[in-house]
Write a protein that binds this ligand. Structure first.
Ligand SMILES: C[S@@+](CC[C@H](N)C(=O)[O-])C[C@H]1O[C@@H](n2cnc3c(N)ncnc32)[C@H](O)[C@@H]1O
Length: 533
């Protein structure tokens, strides 16, 4: 029953708001999306050379991915499916306009295997979809069954901690009575959040979220009918229980578990342990995206170096051939989708690649496949049985004269983890900061606003946080109806007055508990601790 209800809600949401909202004539930037090529994914995962004509399934394809995969894989047989028929129609129109004819479209509910396409696949793409399902574990296990023995499944799910501001904004929307069911709600939510003070972390999170500029993006991010985040441990459990192992993390270099384990002195831990720390400290700067293989796949292999098919001969359309010609004459930059920076190709490199050679200096770039053993050094995953207790503590409404402000619950989680869970043998905060500093600083992209990351918060409030960590457990309240804020009546009146200023918000009854929670989320951003009685 839960499955059916959730699927119905998703079908309705994405039928009303096909996602992503991208102009029909938009093309992919300047170069071939080489990192979406099946040959690239197979190479990174140690699966060896990919089949000449791979079978690809884009499960939950939305409106844009079929086009991107079609250009990246001109010789593949592609099946693109989604629960939303308007999304499928938009994707099919895009492929037709851009003359990509090797994609077949079908309506599929991932929660109902009887609707799935037949056969097995060399590559399955499931990007930002499973968090919409009531039982993601079951769907992932079944998807794994559809992989060929060396096949690769690319999975994207939201990280719990890095995305906590988005989840808080979802909560604000729900308390305001805004949802995906009304065409006017995305605009109402946008104007409400944009009117918050410039330094408010929720406003900052909203305006820096690329999708907040269009209505379908606002619905997908903030007015969603039911998505969720995963901690790295939960992500690891999900993969392991489905019989999958990571072959390659589709992350930027500084969010690669092996690299960061070395830098942070976590070399004796698992990949998901390291990712959990990066997520807690807000340094993933993206979602969990992994290219996984079946746990029973043949052993990894390192193939002979060869040019990436996108830069070699054959199988390309006229536009791409023209682009390769330009590279052969003038060289140029080829953008990388994992944020590792552009690959700079000299004209002589492009000529060598075209001639079938694989220059040594391009081996790390992804433009040359093979030649390097990229097997992860860290073991993949060990479950952490006490995580549910930690998560319950982190989301509890704690009370007292100096209670942790719930708006900053995710930051407190980072500070409290080493202390509450000695079994993880994490360094204490000072030692951790010593390790963190050389890597954290260069990663801050702009002057940090108040309370943006645990790193920034600890820099500013070291004394208060140190003192907080010496206190024992605080009493916990079951909800906002059981507590009072300092100047409670005034705070509630302030919320009521703010809501009156926004005449486009739905006129619904709101309980004092709802107003109080809104007061905390909207008006307390300049304090890390709150009196909650
Ligand atoms: C966040 S969008 C991602 C779209 C696309 N993968 C991308 O990255 O652009 C989520 C997609 O999952 C689809 N979806 C949600 N629940 C589904 C289900 N039960 N079965 C199949 N597709 C589903 C939605 O219709 C929507 O297109």
């Amino acid at each position: 029953m839960a499955n059916v209800t959730k699927s119905q809600a998703m079908r309705a949401q994405y039928a009303a708001w096909p996602y992503p909202q991208v102009p029909l004539l938009a093309t992919l930037p300047g170069s071939h999306p080489f990192e979406l090529h099946v040959a690239w994914a197979w190479d990174r995962c140690g699966s060896g050379p990919a089949p000449e004509r791979p079978r690809i399934w884009i499960a939950g394809c939305g409106t844009f991915q079929p086009y991107a995969f079609a250009i990246a894989n001109p010789r593949a047989e592609i099946v693109a499916t989604d629960i939303s028929e308007p999304s499928l129609r938009a994707a099919a129109r895009r492929c037709a306009v851009h003359r990509q004819r090797h994609v077949r479209f079908a309506p599929v509910d991932l929660a109902d295997e009887s609707t799935w396409p037949d056969g097995s696949f060399d590559f399955i793409e499931c990007y930002g979809v499973l968090m919409n399902l009531a039982d993601p574990q079951r769907a992932l296990r079944a998807l794994r069954e559809r992989l060929t023995p060396r096949g690769v499944l690319r999975l994207m799910l939201y990280p719990q901690w890095s995305r906590s501001r988005v989840f808080q904004l979802q909560r604000v929307a729900r308390l305001l009575g805004l949802g995906a069911h009304d065409r006017s709600h995305p605009a109402a939510f946008r104007s409400f959040v944009r009117a918050l003070p410039k330094a408010h972390p929720l406003r900052h999170a909203f305006v820096t979220y690329a999708d907040s500029r269009n209505d379908a993006g606002v619905v997908d991010g903030f007015l969603h009918a039911g998505d969720r985040g995963f901690t790295a441990f939960q992500f690891g459990d999900l993969l392991a229980n489905a019989g999958l192992v990571p072959g390659h993390w589709f992350h930027r270099p500084w969010a690669q578990p092996d690299t960061m384990a070395e830098r942070l002195g976590l070399g004796d831990r698992t990949q998901t342990f390291v990712l959990n720390q990066l997520d807690l400290w807000h340094e993933l700067r993206g979602n969990f995206v992994v290219c996984a293989r079946r746990a029973d796949a043949p052993p990894r292999e390192t193939r002979e170096p060869a040019p990436h098919p996108a830069f070699g001969r054959g199988g390309h359309g006229p536009r791409h051939r023209l682009h390769l010609e330009r590279l052969r004459w003038f060289g140029g930059r080829v953008p990388s989708r994992t944020g590792s920076g552009d690959v700079v190709l000299r004209a002589s490199d492009a000529r060598s690649l075209r001639a079938g050679a694989a220059p040594d200096h391009l081996r790390e770039s992804g433009i040359v496949l093979g030649g390097v053993d990229r097997a992860p050094r860290l073991p993949f995953h060990a479950p952490w049985s006490r995580e549910p207790a930690f998560l319950a503590h982190a989301s509890a409404l704690r009370t007292g004269r100096r209670a942790p402000n719930p708006l900053y619950a995710h930051l407190f989680a980072a500070f409290e983890l080493p202390q509450r869970h000695p079994e993880l043998a994490l360094p204490d905060l000072d030692a951790w900061m010593g390790r963190w500093l050389p890597w954290a600083d260069p990663l801050e992209e702009r002057p940090i606003r108040f309370g943006l990351t645990p790193y920034a918060t600890l820099q500013r409030f070291r004394t208060n946080i140190a003192e907080h960590l010496t206190r024992g457990d605080l009493p916990v309240a079951h909800g906002y109806d059981a507590v009072r804020l300092r100047h409670d009546e005034t705070m509630l009146a302030r919320v009521r007055s703010l809501l009156r200023e926004h005449g486009d918000l739905p006129a619904i009854e709101r309980s004092d508990a709802a107003l109080r929670e809104l007061a905390v989320l909207l008006f307390t951003h300049d304090t890390l601790f709150l009196p909650i009685e």
